[in-house]
Write a protein that binds this ligand. Structure first.
Ligand code: UDX
Length: 440
């Protein structure tokens, strides 16, 4: 099928490359000419595992092309995906200006029946609103449908998630649009991926409710971690014991410095805002959001409690990205920890395998950027692990110790085994690791 994806950000680009891989002919459109130039030269504008090889392959097969011209991109497309940014406004509501502008631009370009699919995370009711905007901007009466088709990709695993989705959600009242969407996703449906066909409102809410539920799991386990420290229990073992109950499941039970990223903080707030606008209160989601803010602040207090006053000390921070396998810094807990430590007078040396360049744009010359963990640890009074990069599990602890002024590791991701680290002569603190006894 001929498909156009408007917006070559993280969601749009993975969708475009994934649909090309599924056998479709895809045009990616973005108003940012620098980005389009990079893409034409087979370069992803951000780091995402496995994305570049996919881009390269389908730029070669010709299944994937890129343009800055919306008119060109949209011409003859059977399906137009909208995947532009929907940032948060200060009151927690969602800024829909980009998506509305794109809808208005699509209108005049429609000539025959077209399915317009919204991939951006938007408040309930937006799909129908887009329908009205597009209809107002067509040159003559032309048939089209707008479908809600939320995405559930995780950054860092996005290509895998696109190719192996847990479910496909299609929200539309139009039987014709449903049939076309089924044809689009046939390669996935053949693999028995569950399909949910529903109305646009339900589809839109599935996305928000899923993200809010996952965020709730994280805030829940972060509070249990605090209790573990108080009562002398071991959080990873508690989480494992909980997760083996198949009704709970093992995932999203890793305690840490609070959730970040472009989705959970924004989407929980947007859902709270949406509910309030209907006179409803989502107290659990509100608590999830409040706990996350509190946990992030508590991390700084924890570091200071272990280390003493940071003024004049050098601290090595391992990880800038909000999670592993991405260079995305949006709402990264590492950033608020670094800012707090800088304000308290510490010198910061940072390492991140992928996000140093992105870090420079945000932190400028306030911190020292280091190419490896051991350089970052030079003269440090503590190493603070903020992102769960796999390589931090395999630190050469003896070498690390020779570099540091004080042998302290504060592991905010529970990557290391306390007994092992302590056996190397370190003072070690994880999250929720209250047990003084050996655990297995
Ligand atoms: C999330 C959803 O998982 C995805 O389905 C949706 O499409 C977009 O939002 P993403 O933001 O990429 O994806 O990252 P995710 O892996 O979900 O992690 C979000 C945050 O939660 C990160 O800061 C991560 O470190 C944190 N997290 C995750 C925990 O602290 N503990 C966990 O157990 C899991």
């Amino acid at each position: 099928m001929k498909i156009t994806v408007i917006g070559c950000g993280y969601v749009g680009l993975v969708t475009a490359a994934g649909l090309a891989e599924a056998g479709h002919w895809v045009t990616g459109v973005d108003r940012d000419s620098l980005k389009i130039n990079k893409l034409r030269h087979q370069e992803a504008p951000f780091y995402e595992k496995d994305l570049e090889p996919l881009l390269r392959r389908h730029l070669k097969t010709g299944r994937l092309t890129f343009t800055t011209s919306l008119a060109l991109g949209v011409a003859n497309a059977q399906i137009i995906f909208i995947a532009v940014g929907t940032p948060a406004l200060s009151d927690g509501s969602v800024d829909l200006s980009q998506i509305e502008t794109v809808a208005a631009q699509i209108g005049p370009q429609l000539h025959g029946y077209t399915v317009i699919v919204n991939k951006s995370t938007v408040p309930v009711g937006t799909t129908r609103r887009l329908e009205t905007i597009i209809a107002q901007h067509t040159c003559r009466p032309v048939p089209f449908d707008v479908v809600s088709n939320p995405e559930f990709l995780r950054e860092g695993n996005a290509v895998y998630d696109f190719i192996n989705p847990d479910r496909i959600v299609i929200g539309t009242d139009s039987p014709q649009a449903r049939r076309i969407m089924e044809e689009l996703y046939r390669p996935f449906l053949k693999k028995k991926v569950p399909l949910i066909q529903t109305n646009p409102e339900t589809a839109e809410l599935i996305k928000y409710a899923s993200n809010a539920f996952l965020a709730t799991k994280i805030s829940f386990i972060n509070e249990i971690a605090e209790l573990c420290e108080a009562v002398g229990a071991d959080l990873p073992t508690v989480a494992r014991g909980m997760g083996l109950d198949h009704r709970i499941g093992p995932e999203f039970l890793s305690a840490g410095p609070g959730y970040g990223g472009s989705c959970f903080p924004k989407d929980t707030k947007a859902l709270i805002h949406l509910a309030r606008s209907y006179g409803k209160q989502l107290s659990i989601v509100e608590a999830t959001d409040a706990v996350n803010t509190r946990i992030q602040k508590a991390m700084l207090a924890k570091i200071i409690r272990i280390l003493g006053p940071p003024a004049g000390k050098t601290i090595a921070v391992y990880g800038l990205a909000f999670k592993a396998n991405t260079d995305d810094l949006r709402e990264s807990p590492a950033l608020s920890i670094i800012e707090g430590l800088l304000q308290a007078g510490a010198r910061i040396r940072v390492h991140d395998p992928k996000a140093l360049a992105a870090g420079r744009k945000v932190l400028g010359d306030k911190v020292t950027y280091c190419a490896d963990e051991y350089t970052a640890a030079q003269d440090a009074s503590a190493v603070v692990i903020t992102t769960e990069w796999e390589q931090y599990r395999r630190l050469d602890l003896d070498l690390l110790k020779t570099k540091m002024a004080q042998a302290i590791i504060i592991d905010l991701r529970n990557l290391l085994t306390p007994e092992q680290v302590r056996a190397h002569g370190f003072l070690y603190e994880g999250i929720g690791r209250g047990s003084k006894q050996k655990v297995g």
